[in-house]
Ligand binder design. Structure first.
Ligand code: URP
Ligand code: ZN
Ligand code: ZN
Length: 477
C-alpha cells in the first residue's frame, strides 16, 4: 500500500516533467505514469508542482544571544518551516567560550530532541579554539555526522576568531573532509566603528548599518578566499549581502577555487531604506550583515541567475520586537541581531524568483533543496525527487496569491520583515518521509517526528563512484 501523487509536474534541479510519484513507506518508490496499484491512496495534484522538500542550511533555533534567546525554538521554528514547505533544516549548534565542541553539541542535541517537526542536522559553530577543539573537529566530522563548521569573522569578543585559527581550521577541514562556513565581516572594523559612534553619542538604530559597511564584508570575503586558497580547502560563505562580495566570489570561482555562496531573501528583497523608517521600528531590520543600499539586491539576483550563488537560506534568527529588539532602545549595539524567515523562504523565492521570470523552476529546486543537500552531505537522500530518496515532497499549488502577514504565520515572532509582500502559490501538501504533515496549507494533527541527520563528509561523497543513496544515512539518532 502506497501513496500516489497523481497529475502533477515534478521539478528537480535537473528536470521538469509531468509524471506521477509513488511513495512507499518513507521513500519515493516510483516515478512515471500508470503507477497506481490496488490499495494505494491517491492524491490528485493536477496543476501543482512537486518540489523536493526544502532544505534550509542556515537557521538559529533556541540560540542564546546576550541578555536574551531567539524566540523560536526547535518546536516552533521547525513547525513554521514545515508549513512553508521546508522539510530539513541545518541549525548552528554553538560552542560558547569555555565549552568543548562536545558540550556545545550535546546542548543542541537536547534542544532539538523530540521537538523537531522537520528532519534536522547541525553545523558546529566554533568560537573557542584550542588543540583539543581541533581534534574534536575530526570526531564530529567522522563520528557524529557533522562535516561542516561555522566560524565568525565578526562579533568581536564573543564569537569572532582570528586568521590563525581560520588557517588551522581550514587545514583540519581539508584533512577530514569537512567544509568551513564563514560569516564574513571584518569584526575589528565593526567594533571600532561602533565604539566611535557610541563615543560621539550616536545611538539610534540607523547607525547600525553605518558600523557594518559594505567594505567590511568585502574585506572579510577576500581574506577568507585567500586563506582557503592558501590551504586548498573548500569554503562556503554564508549570507552574502553585497555586490562587492559577490564579485570577489565570482572571480575566485572563475580561477577555479572551490567556493560556494549563500544568500537569503532579506538581502534579495529588502534594502537599507528600512533603517530610515521613523522611530525604533527600524530595529526589526537589525541583522548582520545589514540590509544594503539599493542596487546590491539586483546584483544578487543576477548572481542567482548566473548560478554564481549556490543556495538561498534564511539565517532565521528570530526575536520579538516587543521585549527583545527593544533591549536596544537606548543603544543600537544592544539590539539582538537577526530576523525571522524560515516560513517564507520558499514562497518569496517562488514569487519573486520563478513567477517574475528571474529563475527557472529547476533553479528554484537547486537553490532551495538540491544544492544545500549536495554541499552538506545529504544528497540524494534529501534535495531531490528520485526513486530511493526520502519521500520529502512539497506539493506546491501555484494558484492564488496572498499578502505576507504576521497574523497568518507560525514563526514565533511578533513581526515579519516581509509584511505585505505578495506571495503567489502555497504549500498545499507536505510529506516528510512519506508522512502527510501539511494538508491544504495546515499542519496535520501530528507530533514532532523530525529525525537527526547524520551527514556524509565530502571525502566520502567524492570517493564514491556515483552516488548510491546511502549518503547522508541516519546512523545516529
Ligand atoms: O543577524 C544575524 N544574522 N544573526 C544571526 C547570526 C549570524 O550572524 O548568522
Ligand atoms: Zn552570520
Ligand atoms: Zn546566521
Amino acid at each position: 500500500m502506497g501513496i500516489i501523487l497523481q497529475g502533477g509536474t515534478i521539478v528537480t534541479a535537473g528536470d521538469v516533467f509531468r509524471a506521477d510519484l509513488r511513495i512507499e513507506g518513507e521513500k519515493v518508490s516510483a516515478i512515471g505514469l500508470g503507477l497506481e496499484t490496488a490499495g494505494d491512496t491517491v492524491y490528485e495534484v493536477d496543476g501543482c508542482y512537486l518540489f523536493p522538500g526544502g532544505v534550509d542550511p542556515h537557521t538559529h533555533f533556541d540560540l542564546p544571544a546576550g541578555e536574551t534567546s531567539t524566540s523560536d525554538d526547535f518546536f516552533t521554528g521547525t513547525r513554521a518551516a514545515l508549513l512553508g514547505g521546508t522539510t530539513t533544516v541545518l541549525d548552528f549548534a554553538t560552542q560558547f567560550h569555555g565549552e568543548s565542541l562536545a558540550q556545545g553539541l550535546s546542548n543542541w542535541q537536547a534542544k532539538a530532541r523530540d521537538k523537531a517537526f522537520t528532519d534536522y542536522g547541525f553545523h558546529m559553530a566554533v568560537t573557542d579554539w584550542s588543540e583539543s577543539v581541533a581534534k574534536e573537529m575530526d570526531l564530529l566530522a567522522r563520528e557524529e555526522g557533522i562535516p561542516s563548521f561555522k566560524f565568525y569573522m565578526a562579533y568581536k569578543n564573543t564569537l569572532q576568531v582570528d586568521d590563525a585559527v581560520l588557517l588551522e581550521a581550514f587545514r583540519k577541514a581539508k584533512e577530514n573532509g569537512a567544509m568551513l562556513c564563514l560569516h564574513c565581516e571584518n569584526g575589528d572594523l565593526i567594533s571600532d566603528l561602533t565604539r566611535e559612534a557610541l563615543r560621539r553619542g550616536e545611538r539610534a538604530v540607523r547607525v547600525h548599518p553605518l558600523t557594518r559597511p559594505v567594505a567590511a564584508e568585502k574585506e572579510a570575503v577576500v581574506r577568507a578566499l585567500v586563506l582557503a586558497e592558501a590551504v586548498g580547502a573548500p569554503l562556503y560563505i554564508v549570507h552574502v549581502s553585497t555586490r562587492d562580495a559577490l564579485e570577489e566570489i565570482v572571480k575566485a570561482k572563475l580561477r577555479g577555487q572551490e567556493v560556494y555562496a549563500e544568500t537569503c531573501p532579506q538581502y534579495l528583497l529588502l534594502d537599507d531604506s528600512r533603517y530610515r523608517v521613523d522611530g525604533f521600528e527600524a530595529a526589526k531590520y537589525v541583522i548582520s550583515p545589514p540590509l544594503r543600499p539599493s542596487g546590491h539586491q539586483e546584483a544578487l539576483w543576477h548572481g542567482l541567475e548566473a548560478k554564481a550563488i549556490d543556495t538561498v537560506a534564511t539565517d532565521h534568527c528570530a526575536f520579538n520586537f516587543r521585549g527583545q529588539k527593544e533591549l536596544g532602545r537606548e543603544d543600537f549595539s544592544r539590539i539582538p541581531n537577526g530576523m525571522p524567515g524560515v516560513e517564507t523562504r520558499l514562497g518569496l523565492l517562488y514569487t519573486y524568483g520563478v513567477k517574475s521570470g528571474r529563475i527557472t523552476l529547476s533553479d528554484f529546486a537547486a537553490l532551495t533543496a538540491a544544492n544545500p543537500a549536495k554541499l552538506f552531505g545529504l544528497y540524494p537522500r534529501k534535495g531531490t525527487l528520485a526513486v530511493g530518496s526520502d519521500a520529502d515532497v512539497l506539493v506546491w499549488d501555484p494558484e492564488g496569491s496572498a499578502a505576507v502577514s504576521v497574523g497568518t504565520l507560525h514563526q514565533q515572532a511578533d513581526y515579519t520583515p516581509f509584511e505585505g509582500f505578495k506571495m503567489e502559490g502555497r504549500a498545499e501538501y507536505v510529506f516528510l518521509r512519506g508522512r502527510l504533515v501539511v494538508q491544504e496549507g495546515r499542519l496535520r494533527d501530528v507530533s514532532p517526528s523530525g529525525r537527526y541527520l547524520f551527514r556524509s563528509r565530502r571525502s566520502e561523497v567524492r570517493g564514491r563512484k556515483g552516488n548510491d543513496g546511502e549518503n547522508g544515512g541516519n546512523r545516529k539518532g
